[in-house]
Design a protein around this ligand. Structure first.
Ligand code: NAD
Ligand code: UDP
Length: 339
């Protein structure tokens, strides 16, 4: 029998790319999403690319009954849990919404899973749980901390899941700490579609290139990095999606709780990102240097070896592919999924 995976937040950026690869790998996929930060068009396009169907439920993690109904109607074997709010700045303005959706929403999901004897879950955590790391590269044993409500929701959910796994050995939980996801599927049909002004670097650069924004503001060139701008570990979203397929198939050999960093192990500065994007797109990207953004750190990249060993997975797309694929998506869809 085909295994059925529940993907919460499956119409969002990382969720839609993961859904695509799950379908290609032969899984049945059920998506739960309230569409607060995504469009159903992403899944229509996933169906177009794969020639397969996705079962979609417009449901909210704050509503336990809606989650239970999905488990009642489907034989879910594992869950990949992407759904939640993710804007760091906004999280300081409306913390209760972040705590409710990210933490209470996750608890509701875990309770329903327990009720239906479903004990395998992959959770979207973030490199933000390392706070300002004392050194790079970062490995999974580094101390964790958070400087904003969004980061705290990730840390708290990790802790809740750790307590749960310790309380009952039948749980099989994989916490994936993403570094900086960028890029899009090579078809140019699906990609990142931020609502309003993008918070993240690459969507901002690509919106400048396509004429949607005037210029990029580079937040600080006085960090102690080679060119003074911030350095991050950018990972192609298709590599990230592939890691999730490996994670759900690795549940059989893993038990308890497993924590993994997902990145490439390479760090690139903001200026290197701008240059790489210009090269792949043939467009020039106007920018100005402005003050540092509060809460930003100088540099952050992972030691990817534990994920490689545990999942038999490695990110293999380089910077040129990340930029080429971002540009194809942005150029074909200047207003994202909106027509
Ligand atoms: P996204 O906003 O594109 O996807 C999240 C999806 O969850 C959206 O489709 C949204 O509509 C849905 N959602 C939000 N609240 C919900 C609720 N209460 N009930 C049901 N659905 C809800 O974000 P993404 O970039 O695809 O990120 C996915 C996950 O990965 C998030 O948990 C995010 O915190 C985490 N993450 C993202 C990044 C990144 O840079 N994109 C980095 C680290 C971790
Ligand atoms: N950044 C920038 N201008 C922007 C957005 C981001 O200079 O409009 C910089 C930011 O300071 C950081 C890097 O780009 O050094 C990556 O930022 P992003 O918000 O994409 O990811 P995160 O801060 O979560 O690592």
């Amino acid at each position: 029998m085909l295994q059925t995976i529940l993907v919460t937040g499956g119409s969002g950026y990382i969720g839609s790319h993961t859904t695509l690869l799950l379908l290609k790998a032969g899984f049945e996929v059920v998506v739960l999403d309230n569409l607060s930060n995504s469009s159903l068009e992403s899944l229509h396009r996933v169906e177009k690319i794969t020639g397969k169907k996705v079962k979609f439920y417009q449901a909210d993690l704050r509503n336990t009954q809606q989650i239970a109904d999905i488990f009642n109607e489907n034989n879910i074997s594992s869950v990949i849990h992407f759904a939640g709010l993710k804007a760091v700045g906004e999280s300081a303005e409306i913390p209760l919404d972040y705590y409710e959706q990210n933490i209470s929403g996750s608890i509701n999901l875990l309770k329903v899973m327990k009720e239906f004897n479903c004990s395998q879950i992959v959770f979207s955590s973030s490199a933000t749980v390392y706070g300002d790391p004392a050194s790079v590269p970062i490995n999974e044993s580094f101390p964790t901390s958070a400087t904003n409500p969004y980061g705290r929701t990730k840390l708290f959910v990790e802790e809740i899941m750790r307590d749960l796994a310790h309380s009952d050995p039948s749980w099989n939980i994989i916490l994936l700490r993403y570094f900086n996801p960028v890029g899009a599927h090579e078809s140019g049909l699906i990609g990142e579609d931020p609502q309003g002004i993008p918070n993240n670097l690459v969507p901002f650069i690509s919106q400048v290139a396509v004429g949607e924004r005037e210029k990029l503001r580079i937040f600080g060139d006085d960090y102690s990095t080679p060119d003074g701008t911030g350095v991050r570990d950018y990972i192609h979203v298709m590599d990230l999606a592939a890691a999730h397929v490996k994670a759900v198939t690795s549940h059989v050999k893993l038990s308890g709780i497993t924590t993994l960093n997902l990145g490439t192990g390479n760090g690139y500065s903001v200026l290197e990102m701008v240059k790489a994007f210009e090269k792949e797109s043939g467009k020039s990207v106007a920018y100005e240097i402005v003050a540092r953004r509060s809460g930003d750190i100088a540099e952050c990249w992972t030691d990817p070896s534990l994920a490689e060993k545990t999942l038999n997975w490695k990110a293999n797309r380089g910077l040129a592919e990340m930029m080429k694929d971002t540009w194809r998506w942005q150029n074909n869809n200047p207003k994202g999924y909106k027509i």
